[in-house]
Write a protein that binds this ligand. Structure first.
Ligand code: AKB
Length: 344
């Protein structure tokens, strides 16, 4: 009996999940998509997927059923608690972000054995894996490389950094002492993202959320009190570039990849520069600053910018949206149209 060959997306009902489902289902050679999410999948997304499994990646029975029912070609493992949420529930974050990732890696290993072919495992990591020692260093050093300053100060950052290592371990060293190590296993590929800004969805529970919150509030005509200082600067990327990074890394031939974890970057902006762009697009926007010390400290620990030169060299990564294009051609028109639609 042959099982249906599919792509699995965990945490699919988040904002990256929605973008990924749209992009994957539009591909001419698209495999059926099976999504897995605690909250199920929003109704309008359901026509784009083959099947929706409502449940927890910590539920071993559910994962066993997934393994027995499908032949899994690629896993996009997006399920995670973001950085602010994770600080409120660090142990729960560890369970979801780390144990959840191990569970999904094991699904991949098991599948690879059955089909005698590696299973691609695409993992989004984050700028949160970095921990800058202080603001003076943050403001003076050039964009950080993958292996510099990886001393995160958040549970989420620690979880993501450890999962990057777990992926590398499962890819190359799993059962390394077995008499006959597996020939096929996990083909682990990871993109380290900056803060992501989507014009169509709002993040929840992140610490880079001040940027999307500011833009969406202005478009809705609501006042916004920014939870970081005006000078606070981190790298960002718009959602279409983020989705493209995941797909292009997944499609890259294995031989061109010199590592498992790649930085990708879009543009770097301070909260004040974002506010200026927002004021230009929505002149009646009301933006004030009310920094919360804890969240400020977290964002201060993230670098001003990330160096994505290795991704560019290895698999041809190139962001399509610089600051001007991001605001003028994507964020402002799409957000404006979205809220105009909902107010009709
Ligand atoms: C968060 O703020 O937690 C995320 C991230 C930077 O990974 N957006």
């Amino acid at each position: 009996m042959s099982r249906k060959k599919v792509i699995v997306i965990s945490g699919a009902n988040g904002e990256v999940g929605h973008g990924l489902i749209k992009a994957l289902s539009a591909k001419p050679d698209a495999l059926p998509i099976v999504v897995l999410d605690l909250r199920g999948l929003d109704e309008h997304m359901k026509p784009l997927v083959d099947s929706t499994i409502v449940g927890d990646i910590l539920d071993q029975n559910l994962l066993d059923n997934l393994t027995s029912e499908y032949e899994i070609d690629t896993i996009y493992h997006l399920a995670a608690l973001l950085s602010t949420h994770s600080e409120f529930r660090p142990e729960a974050a560890h369970r979801v972000n780390v144990q959840g990732t191990i569970n999904m890696l094991q699904v991949a290993i098991e599948q690879a054995r059955w089909r005698a072919k590696p299973v691609k495992f695409i993992f989004p990591s984050s700028v949160a894996v970095y921990g800058m020692p202080n603001l003076a260093i943050k403001h003076t050093i050039p964009p950080v490389h993958e292996d510099q300053y990886t001393n995160p100060i958040t549970m989420y950052g620690c979880n993501k950094l450890y999962c990057e290592h777990l992926g590398r371990y499962y890819n190359s060293y799993y059962r390394q002492l077995a008499a006959k190590p597996d020939e096929n296993g996990v083909d682990f590929r990871c993109v380290r993202f900056p803060g992501i800004i989507s014009a169509t969805t709002m993040p929840s529970g992140g610490t880079s959320d001040f940027a999307p919150e500011m833009i969406h509030a202005a478009a809705k005509g609501e006042p916004y009190a920014c939870f970081v200082r005006p000078d606070t600067t981190i790298p960002f990327m718009v959602m279409p570039d983020a989705i493209r990074a995941l797909l292009e890394l997944a499609d890259a031939p294995r031989e061109v990849l010199s590592r498992h974890v790649y930085n990708v970057a879009g543009f770097s902006l301070s909260a004040e520069q974002i506010a200026q762009r927002v004021m230009h697009a929505f002149p009646s926007a009301q933006i004030t600053y009310d920094p919360t010390p804890g969240r400020q400290n977290i964002v201060d620990s993230w670098p001003r910018d990330m160096n994505d030169g290795i991704a560019r060299a290895d698999w041809g990564w190139m962001p399509e949206y610089d600051i001007d294009r991001a605001f003028n051609e994507y964020l402002v028109p799409t957000i404006t149209a979205q809220y105009a639609d909902t107010s009709e």
